[in-house]
Design a protein around this ligand. Structure first.
Ligand code: ZN
Length: 208
């Protein structure tokens, strides 16, 4: 008998076979997910994105982690586990479809194979400030680069200023990412972001 999703930790898993319907996670949907864990998980389910909810917890350094999930399967594999708030994971899933895939086909002529990212959770302040980073809530992701099907790397550090297709791809991805994430910082922001794109679902609304 199927478990009904009305008590804690009863989200059906594993999910039905994946369908290419992540377009449903666009724009307006993402804005509704802030503070609405259940609506976010329902939307991921509808988009056939596999995930596992994680119980709320407090990190050893005192950062509170709420509404977290692990992304188990979406369009692309990642270099490391993708774990964060449901809101950032939903944004990442929408970003894969609407930003990465679109620009890979446009500038590279083929889809990419893998995405390289740095750890999502880090219990710390924004460098040089006393404000907590969105990473301290697991509400941000740092994208370092992409791997093409032939094994070639496209890295923010190496190719941001590249005049060929790799650079064009990276710059287009960053520009379009601002339509998905609430906050985006890249190599033009400061030296700390010379080797990655920072994307988050905080409340700042910057794109730089
Ligand atoms: Zn970051």
């Amino acid at each position: 008998m199927m478990v009904v999703a009305c008590a804690a930790k009863t989200v059906p898993y594993p999910l039905p076979p994946k369908k290419p319907v992540t377009q449903k996670l666009a724009g307006q949907d993402l804005q509704k997910f802030s503070g609405n864990y259940r609506a976010c998980m329902t939307a991921l389910n509808k988009a056939s994105i596999d995930f596992t909810p994680i119980p709320d917890r407090i990190s050893p350094k005192g950062c509170e982690l709420k509404d977290q999930i692990t992304l188990d399967r979406s369009r692309y594999p990642y270099s490391a586990p993708v774990i964060g708030t449901c809101e950032i994971i939903a944004a990442v899933a929408a970003w894969e479809e609407q930003v990465v895939r679109k620009n890979a086909l446009k500038f590279l002529g083929e889809d990419i194979k893998e995405i390289t990212h740095y750890a999502m959770f880090s219990c710390r302040n924004i460098a040089g400030t006393s404000k907590r980073s969105e990473h301290s809530k697991g509400n941000a992701i740092d994208i370092a680069g992409f791997t093409m099907k032939n094994g070639d790397k496209i890295m923010v550090l190496d190719h941001w200023k590249d005049r060929g297709k790799k650079g064009q791809f990276l710059r287009a991805v960053f520009k379009d990412s601002c339509k998905i994430f609430k906050g985006a910082m890249g190599p033009n922001s400061n030296a700390a972001h010379r080797d990655h794109f920072h994307f988050d679902m905080g409340s700042w609304g910057f794109c730089d």
